[in-house]
Design a binder for this molecule. Structure first.
Ligand SMILES: Nc1ncnc2c1ncn2[C@@H]1O[C@H](COP(=O)(O)OP(=O)(O)OP(=O)(O)O)[C@@H](O)[C@H]1O
Length: 556
């Protein structure tokens, strides 16, 4: 992932790195000038002062430009990454998203992306300071090759210890990153379960103490432990630096004739080198954290992919038939080692047909609807649209025939239909009147004026959207369950017949047995199988030409 981001912004990264290297080199040159001023007496003071001022200004400019460029890189990386994850999530197969869960995606989009962006903030610090340290070492080599060799030995020794610590620390940071995904799920429960938590003190306390706090603690503990290992190894590195300085100043130099002068030269290099070394030791862990987050994002990206190319925008042909042949879907419940099997199902749907899908809880109605609308590809059997077999290549196209309102529907605050804005407002407001919502909500500039409505009213808004989408096949999953008796009557006795006369195919998942007789066809599900597929009563039909073709179900 980091490699991908680096590749994406190669030019900017190259320029920023180049400037950082110049900044590092300028800093070392400054050190050489200070050292020369302190230890040499015969030099042109004015000329040296001018060079010093110019170098200092260039170093400052280098720092500023480098830091700005890297900040920009960080922000670009974050937005690129968010766009990339969002795009992948939008295109991913629906079932994979269900299995992955919202919390892990949230965690990737927020925290992991931020950490990866931080890499670009620590990168210039690492780069510049590495240059300064290398420059200082080169200067040391120029002063004395013995001292230089000793420095290399100390750095090698320190790096080895640092590497060992690094392996251990990364393990803990990985655990923390995984736990963070769980934590995001608990954060969701904080708001989604706000009512339940307020109404039940024991539940609230147990959730806070045993679940949320424990998870927060685990993330804190693992991350602190991981980072402490880094800090400990950084301190070890620090100690080695001072041990090295002590060794050189008090043992290696000894009582040479120009001792004070030589000591001043060395001391200056050491003092100058300590800061960058410390900055390096502090920033490498940040880069490591970014690496852990990048890996986590990579795992998430690998677990979701699209096996279905996105449909091109084109006119949909009229719907003639949708046929399900031996369609089957299985859910595997890992914890219970159980399997729920839906199917095999054989069904056929025709335009202008109102079908009620009924059955007990957990009998498989919603799963069948998800299969029908192409959210799940059938594990066995096939679906045909107008005699054309639906496969991965055309499933996204196939889905464009449907409008659904599932019981866990989502309302976007904007009407995202591609149409003339003014017409959208006009049509939307007309539909709001039709659904008795005109006093509560308005459509202005393609957006609902409010979504702060009751559940039944929100479902009516979803119906407005469904009407505006104007697709040939509508699927309502217990849509009327939240409607008052008056509006239930309107829905079943006015709106559904109207949809039928418009030639729409409608599948209604319902427990409203009072209205079952209004259906053209009734399908009953039991334990993942169709136990009844009964044709309509002709008396209730408005459009006699739209008689459904009922296909005998071999499971019945
Ligand atoms: N996302 C899922 N992951 C795993 N198993 C699932 C999932 N959704 C449903 N199931 C399983 O499939 C079975 C059928 O669920 P489904 O939602 O299709 O039933 P339903 O008939 O619509 O029920 P209800 O009337 O309660 O809405 C359930 O018993 C459950 O075990």
């Amino acid at each position: 992932m980091l490699k991908y981001l680096i590749k994406q912004s190669r030019l900017l990264l190259f320029s920023a790195s180049f400037i950082s290297i110049l900044h590092g080199m300028g800093s070392v040159y400054l050190l050489a000038q200070i050292s020369a001023a302190l230890t040499t007496s015969d030099f042109n003071r004015d000329e040296a002062a001018l060079i010093f001022v110019v170098t200092a200004l260039l170093v400052m400019l280098g720092y500023m430009i480098g830091a700005i460029l890297f900040e920009r890189l960080g922000q670009c990386a974050q937005s690129d990454l968010r766009g990339l994850i969002a795009q992948r999530v939008i295109e991913a197969d629906y079932r994979q998203l269900e299995q992955l869960g919202a919390a892990r995606i949230q965690s990737a989009l927020s925290e992991h992306c931020t950490r990866v962006a931080e890499f670009f903030v620590s990168f210039p610090i690492i780069l510049t300071n590495s240059i300064i340290v290398m420059g200082c070492l080169a200067y040391l080599a120029y002063l004395s090759w013995q001292v230089f060799l000793l420095a290399i030995l100390v750095i090698g020794f320190g790096s080895f210890g640092y590497h060992l610590a690094h392996l251990r620390a990364i393990r803990h940071l990985d655990i923390a990153a995984k736990e963070q995904d769980n934590l995001f799920a608990y954060f969701r429960s904080l708001t989604d379960g706000a009512k339940e938590l307020r109404l039940n003190r024991d539940k609230r306390n147990a959730f806070y103490d045993d679940v949320l706090k424990r998870s927060i603690e685990r993330v804190r503990k693992e991350r602190t432990f991981g980072m402490s290992i880094f800090v400990a190894s950084a301190s070890w590195g620090n100690f080695l630096i001072y041990a090295f300085i002590g060794l050189v100043l008090f043992l290696l130099i000894g009582d040479v004739p120009d001792r004070t002068l030589i000591m001043t030269g060395y001391a200056l290099v050491f003092v100058y080198m300590v800061g960058p070394l410390e900055a390096l030791l502090l920033n490498i862990p940040r880069a490591n954290l970014a690496q852990v987050s990048a890996r986590r994002i990579e795992e998430i990206m690998h677990s979701i992919h699209s096996s279905e190319p996105q449909a091109e925008i084109r006119e949909l042909p009229p719907l003639q038939s949708i046929v399900l042949q031996g369609v089957l879907h299985r859910y595997y419940h890992e914890q219970k080692d159980e399997m729920f099997t839906l199917g095999p199902i054989d069904l056929e749907f025709r335009p202008g047909e109102i079908t009620f899908l009924v059955g007990g809880n957990g009998s498989g109605k919603t799963t069948l609807a998800k299969l029908l609308v192409g959210l799940y590809p059938p594990e066995e059997g096939r679906i045909m649209l107008n005699s054309q077999v639906i496969n991965n290549a055309n499933r996204d196209y196939y889905r464009q025939f449907f409008t659904t309102i599932f019981s866990d529907f989502h309302l976007f605050d904007r009407l995202l239909e591609v149409s003339d804005g003014n017409m959208l407002d006009k049509n939307g407001n007309e539909l709001l009147t039709k659904l008795h919502l005109q006093h509560k909500v308005k459509v202005r500039n393609g957006a609902f004026s409010t979504l702060a409505l009751s559940q039944g009213q929100r479902k009516r808004l979803a119906l407005v959207v469904a009407y505006l989408e104007n697709r040939p096949f509508l699927v309502f999953d217990e849509w009327a369950a939240d409607q008052d008796p008056v509006f239930k009557e309107i829905f079943y006795r006015e709106l559904l017949p109207e949809l039928r006369t418009m030639g729409k195919t409608v599948l209604i998942i319902s427990h409203d047995d009072r209205y079952f007789h209004l259906a053209d066809r009734l399908i009953r599900m039991e334990n993942g199988r169709i136990s009844l597929d009964s044709p309509k009563s002709p008396a209730t039909s408005i459009n006699q030409t739209a008689l459904p073709l009922v296909v005998a179900n071999h499971t019945a």
